[in-house]
Write a protein that binds this ligand. Structure first.
Ligand code: GLU
Ligand code: ASP
Length: 521
């Protein structure tokens, strides 16, 4: 019997949460999870909005160094969820992971509120570890509230995504607002992020027993779906040993990471983790399951291109707002970090419209497949960068430009995101076998990890006024330097890469649809 059938059969043993329809037709636990994730994202994006600006303006780092640190930090914050996911699937359970993660994240932000470089690096480290426990597991728990084939799942993820973005919208306003005024300052901004996460933790602990009974428990003891699924897997044949698979994958991945990154420790860690995740999920699955896992990895590969360009928001586009944009608004200067709130605000505006559009198309039997939506997402993202190229070419003449260039770029990015990200989260919970649910959610976030490190490396070439151009380099570095001599040249990179990735992914759509043909709703 396939594990898919097991999941469906045992889902009826689940608590009544699955039948709760009290929140807009969804379980009330969805509201609780969305609120908790809202506060977590409030802290993440609030702090992210000021990180590069703090490094460049307060600590006087040069752009390249700041962009690298930003890239490394955000990469690690998205790399650890795969480890947290694995731990949750096998030992801790998603509920406990969420509690541990929230506590460690808020400790991290509070540590950043203290001056000094030791506190700074320690704080970043704590946030990275805490996010590992938190991020993938929060999304997996949303998936745990719907049975296989439940048509409410996509809509549930849209609601959850709105929660994420209320946090992402308020974070930069509050933390950036405090950080970029003389009355308070940077460290108040960091502390505000900590307060947000703490509120999220308190709310979750308060409402959990009532709204999420039985969800997210330790897997083997209480979750029948996972137990049944691992039992069926145990009979799948000899050699079905996750540790052996992880080790085989890690060795191969680590070696590739070592070579590709030119012997860089971060590259090796990335290779080890991606390899181990591939080993556990690919070698540890069979038949239909393996096809779905393969599809997921192909999708994740293309999604890297999306996030690598999209993540310019916190670094190069953040600096574009700070250095090249006219910040005079109705007689006062607005903090440049506030531009970070445009994208989440657009999400709040457009997510319901996109959800309604998919449902409408679905009713007519014309809803695009998830893979095709992602192609569209990449194309919309690339279109957004066309606005940066045009706005950038004005900035290149030495004037400060209208904020509308950034606003339009972010709006197109948001439309692209809505075709790719909420549907992506939902897709992962549909294609993943229950025993690998959180691990594979972590794999989805691995795309963000890889993308953030690429994004940071590219953003290091951000044209910055008053900074001497770096010494001429050969090879790829030299090429990047020459295209990045101007704003319009720099942003053109993302137009070309975005449309290129969309075109190639389009060729993969039929294959991806075939590999996931057994997925219901
Ligand atoms: N902006 C979303 C978040 O931070 C991205 C989710 C994703 O990577 O799919 O949660
Ligand atoms: N839209 C992003 C996400 O959904 C948030 C952001 O980049 O501000 O979390």
């Amino acid at each position: 019997m396939s594990s898919t059938i097991d999941i469906a059969a045992t889902a009826t043993d689940r608590p009544p949460v699955l039948d709760d329809r009290a929140l807009l037709g969804h379980p009330r636990g969805l509201g609780l999870l969305s609120l908790t994730e809202m506060w977590e994202r409030f802290s993440y994006y609030g702090m992210r909005a000021i990180l590069v600006l703090y490094l460049v303006n307060a600590l006087k780092w040069d752009t390249a160094r700041a962009a690298h640190l930003y890239g490394t930090y955000t990469m690690l914050a998205y790399l650890t969820p795969v480890l947290g996911g694995y731990l949750a699937d096998r030992v801790v359970g998603t509920h406990r992971s969420l509690v541990i993660g929230s506590a460690v994240i808020s400790a991290g932000h509070f540590t950043l509120a203290f001056p000094g470089m030791t506190a700074f690096y320690l704080g970043l480290g704590l946030i990275i570890v805490g996010t590992g426990f938190f991020k993938a597991n929060a999304s997996t728990m949303v998936g745990q509230m719907y049975r296989e084939g439940d048509p409410r799942r996509d809509a549930g993820f849209t609601i959850y995504y709105i929660g994420i973005n209320i946090g992402a919208f308020l974070g930069p306003l509050v933390c950036g607002g405090l950080a970029q005024t003389d009355r308070f300052g940077w460290h108040y901004g960091f502390a505000a992020a900590g307060v947000g996460m703490l509120l999220g933790l308190c709310g979750y602990v308060w409402g959990r027993a009532k709204y999420l009974p039985g969800i997210g428990m330790r897997p083997s003891r209480t979750d029948p779906a996972t137990r049944a699924s691992s039992a069926s897997h145990a009979t799948a044949g000899p050699g079905a040993n996750p540790l052996r698979h992880a080790l085989a994958g890690a060795i191969a991945g680590g070696a590739i990471g070592w070579l590709v990154s030119g012997f860089d420790m971060l590259g090796v860690s990335m290779g080890l983790i991606i390899g181990a995740a591939l080993g556990v999920s690919f070698l540890g699955s069979h038949g239909e399951e393996r096809k779905r896992v393969t599809a997921l990895f192909i999708v994740v590969f293309f999604v890297i291109f999306f996030w690598a360009a999209y993540e310019q928001a916190g670094s190069s586009m953040n600096l574009f707002a700070d250095k090249y944009t006219n910040l005079n608004f109705a007689g006062r200067i607005i903090p440049s970090s506030w531009f970070q709130s445009v994208n989440p605000f657009d999400i709040l505006l457009f997510a319901p419209l996109f959800a309604a559009m998919w449902t409408w198309l679905g009713r007519k039997g014309r809803e695009p497949s998830t893979a095709l939506k992602m192609v569209l997402g990449l194309a919309l993202l690339a279109t957004g960068f066309v606005f940066m190229v045009v706005g950038g070419s004005h900035a290149d003449t030495g004037v400060t430009v209208s904020p509308m260039w950034l606003v339009w770029a972010y709006t197109f990015h948001t439309w692209g995101e809505l075709c790719l990200s909420p549907v992506g989260l939902s897709y992962v919970t549909k294609v993943a076998p229950a025993r690998l649910a959180s691990l594979l959610m972590g794999v989805w976030f691995l795309a963000n990890a890889a993308a953030n490190s690429i994004a940071g490396a590219v953003a290091a070439y951000t044209p910055t006024p008053g900074e001497a151009p770096p010494a001429p380099a050969a090879g790829l570095g030299g090429f990047m330097q020459s295209v990045s001599a101007t704003n319009h040249g720099f942003y053109m990179i993302f137009v070309v890469a975005g449309f290129g990735a969309a075109a190639v992914m389009l060729l993969f759509v039929p294959l991806l649809n075939r590999l996931t043909s057994s997925v219901r709703a």
